[in-house]
Design a protein around this ligand. Sequence first.
Ligand SMILES: [Zn+2]
Length: 90
Amino acid sequence: MKVCTKCNVNKRLDEFNKKTANADGRQNHCKVCASDYAKNYHRKKKAAKKRAVTRAAKKVPLAVTPAPAPSLQLLETKDLGDHLIMIFRK
Ligand SMILES: [Zn+2]
């Protein structure tokens, strides 16, 4: 039997993952706590990545390329009182 350092519950040795570096050959935290830690680790990492991407997207403005101005030649202008007609040629 061994007490988990995370949940402080006395558990059987087979409820701990192996770790040959430890004197008893088992990790100090139980499999349940190890699983919870791993889940939290990946959830936090995923959230941090999402925040970083959002931050980066805010920093870099979208490239706005102005449309090239068409080179038009004004051929004729007709003033119709309330309308102005301008005729261009490319
Ligand atoms: Zn535990």
